[in-house]
Unconditional design. Sequence first.
Length: 125
Amino acid sequence: MFCPECSAEYRDGFARCSDCDVPLVPALPPEEREAMHGDGEATVFVTREITEAETVKELLEANGIEVCVSGESSPLPGVPGEVRLIVNLRQAELAHEIIEDAQVEAEENLDNVVRFPDSQGKELH
């Protein structure tokens, strides 16, 4: 089921769009389907850390954004290649906002970490 106004997709059992408050239709017209999927794509995050890429991917997916992962191998042995997270162009701005908010929150949490000096007087986390 789809909303004829905003093109949002719903599971079976829903009758109205929660955002537009209009009745859902079984399918979108072909031109709307093409527009929905033919907007192109945008890279929203690049890293060399696979765990960081996985964390950001899970964050975006938890917010309803479909993510494609693209990896490039490094020409140097033992050096990881880049991992890119790619989203539909229509969702790129929202994805950037979600990532930025998460980065700000992570930085704020680091400010609350107690730092202990090591044996040479340098701060450890």
